[in-house]
Design a protein around this ligand. Sequence first.
Ligand code: C5P
Length: 238
Amino acid sequence: MSKKSNRNKQPFVIAIDGPAGSGKGTVAKKLASKLNFHYLDSGAIYRIIAYAAKKKNINSKSVDELINLVKFYAWSNMGKNSKITFSENNVLLDGDKISNFIRTESIGKLASEIAVHDKLRASILQYQRSFCKWPGLVAEGRDMTSVVFPDANLKIYLNASVDERVKRRYKQLISKGNDVNLSDLADEIEIRDRRDKEREVSPLVIVKEAYVIETDNLNETKTVTKILSLFNKKINRY
Ligand code: C5P
C-alpha cells in the first residue's frame, strides 16, 4: 500500500484468534513479515504481567497490584515509558531478554489465571491498540477479533484438534530446552482452553465475521498462503 494514495485510510488490521497451540504465533509473525505490517502478540503481554507478578510474589487474584504492574511496565505515560520491547526474536523487559522465561507452560497457566480479570484486561486495552500503525497490523490472541479490534478488516479463527495442538506445543517446548511431560501438558492445555473459553470477560469466541481455518492438516506455510489469499480479496475492496 502506498502511503500517498492511501493517506486517508486507517491501517489495515488482520485479527487472529484461536486456542493455545493453534499456530497463531508463527502464522501471524510470518504474515506480518510478508506484508511489512506491525505485529502484536497479545498473549506475550499477559505472559509478561504474569512473569512480573510471579517475580514479585503478587497473587493472581490481586487485581490492583497486577494493574500497577501494567502501569509500571507497559503503559506508563501512555506507552512512552514502556519497559517492554518486542524485538524480532525476543521480548525484552527492562532490557532483559525474557522470551524463554515467559514461554513456559507454567507462565501460560498464570497468564490465563490473571486474564480473567475485567479491570486488568481494560488496563491493557489501549496499550494493545497502540500497536495499530500504518500500513497495517497483524494481531493475535484470544479477543483480537471480538474486543480489541472489533472493526478489523480481516478476522481469522485458527483452530486445530487438542491432540494436534498438544503435539505442537510439546515440540516447541522441547526445542527450547524445557522439560515437558506429554500427558501433563495435555491436561494443562485442556484446562487453559476451558478457562479461556468459559471466562465471563472477553472469552475466546468465534465471531460471526471470522474465517475459521482448521489447521490439523495444514502446515504454517499453507495457512499463511490461505490467509494471504483472503487478504488479497479484502485489499482489493479496501
Ligand atoms: O497466546 P498465549 O498462549 O501466549 O496466551 C497466554 C494466555 O494469555 C492465554 O491462555 C489467555 O488466557 C491469555 N490471553 C488472553 N487474551 C489475549 C491473549 C492471551 O486472555 N488476547
